[in-house]
Design a protein around this ligand. Structure first.
Ligand code: GAR
Length: 190
């Protein structure tokens, strides 16, 4: 059984969706959730799902050694960033080469980079008058929103759409595709 850890900073609706998807799997499971914010709602979800969770401070995360030990002690094979807002340090990437996937709520390379997350991204899409948005799932490197793209899906953006409307469409794409893409990546790992 492959073991997945999810890193999240906020609500964790993707984390819950992914955990529920893999509950049905005899191949992989979400066995650990790390949040960098003790107030993050994802911790409530973890409790409800019966998944072990931990909170790490920003400095502890950036230093990486303790986080790597926590992951290795639990035999974690793969890491999913689901609404995780800190830049992943090189040490952690080196400990999990090609095994950390992120989802970005836009069509990278548009609307990515430091400070571009969640609603800020949807606001930028509307302000730019874009006619489409979507999701990008990528294996991360040490830069914000770079790395190797594995999957993109698009949705239309209408001239009347508010950032909340765009967010709803993008979340729907995330829930539909992210678990399947993770599943496929896991099957291609070894
Ligand atoms: C998701 O839309 C995810 O794509 C985005 O944060 C949201 C988290 O929602 N991630 C980023 O913006 C990363 N740059 P959730 O906590 O409900 O899953």
């Amino acid at each position: 059984m492959k073991k997945i850890a999810i890193l999240a900073s906020g609500s964790g609706s993707n984390a819950e969706n992914i955990a529920n998807y893999f509950k049905e799997s005899d191949y992989a499971q979400v066995s650990f959730i790390i949040a960098n914010n003790p107030e993050a709602y994802v911790l409530e979800r973890a409790k409800r799902l019966g998944i072990e969770s931990a909170v790490v401070s920003k400095s502890e995360f950036m230093e990486a050694d303790n986080v790597i030990s926590m992951l290795k002690e639990r035999d974690i094979d793969f890491i999913v960033l689901a609404g995780f807002l800190l830049l992943v340090p090189q040490k952690l990437i080196a400990a999990y080469p090609g095994r950390i996937v992120n989802i970005h709520p836009a069509l990278l390379p548009k609307h990515g980079g430091k400070g571009m997350y969640g609603d800020r991204v949807h606001k930028a899409v509307v302000e730019c008058g874009d006619t489409e948005s979507g999701i990008t799932i990528h294996i991360i490197d040490e830069h914000y929103d770079k790395g190797t793209t594995c999957f993109q899906a698009k949705c239309p953006v209408l001239p009347t759409d508010t950032p909340d409307d765009v967010a709803a469409k993008v979340h729907a794409l995330e829930y539909e595709h992210f678990p399947h893409v993770i599943d496929e990546i896991l099957h291609n790992l070894d």
